[in-house]
Design a protein around this ligand. Sequence first.
Ligand code: ADP
Ligand code: MG
Length: 250
Amino acid sequence: MTALMTVENVGRSFGGFVALSGISTSFERNKVTAVIGPNGAGKSTFFNVLSGALAPSSGAIRFKGRDVTGMKQHRFVHLGIARSYQITNLFSSLSVEENVRVAAQALTTRYDLFSHRARYGQLLEKAHAALAQVGLFAKRNRVSRELSHGEQRALEIAISLVADPELLLLDEPTAGMGPQETKDMVELIERLAGDRTILLVEHKMKMILGLSNRILVLHHGRLLADGTPDEVRSDPEVRRVYLGQNDGYS
Ligand code: ADP
Ligand code: MG
């Protein structure tokens, strides 16, 4: 079985600044991989490149054996690669259901053969299925801004799920969450991981160690380590540059 995604010697620069350099790795199906590293290490840039939001400056990305380097982000989405963002990105005055339906609509083509009415029903069905997956179906008619922070993050994930992605990238899904919301998010990610490949950027080490099959460590835009949680945890170089700042793995 080939890897779902392969990353070959990928780099990304901004002007003269090298944000990512020489990254080679691959992601197997139905595994959870955490990407960690100090602030400014290049984690979000890496996610931008893997999700098609930014083209790499060098190297290649393959998805299911197909070269997707330089393709537009909507093509990535249609191929089955979706991401949720670190910053909340919702229409706060729209209902929960509307936020997801609008996202589903954005995926359809203008040349759709269905009538407007049939299409609306279909989009709503898709939205409901995505909301059910994240546990927000019962709150579908609430105005989005009334949701708790944790629920809003779950809603953003529902929005990524309408494309039914095989590869889901989550950038700091538990940012700003307390212990209970974090626990709920971990349970959600575990459920989603059943039949999906998940990459996540996270800082909460205890959570990462419990959830991930594998950890990548970025440092100054380079891949410092790539291994199982145990391997990465006991890597002296990783301890020096990263874990040392995270006493207690909190
Ligand atoms: P992380 O997510 O690990 O904190 P980022 O990927 O956001 O790090 O950023 C890595 C480095 O690249 C930082 O020094 C940041 O300032 C720089 N960077 C990120 N995006 C841009 C951009 N669009 N233009 C210029 N510099 C950028
Ligand atoms: Mg970031």
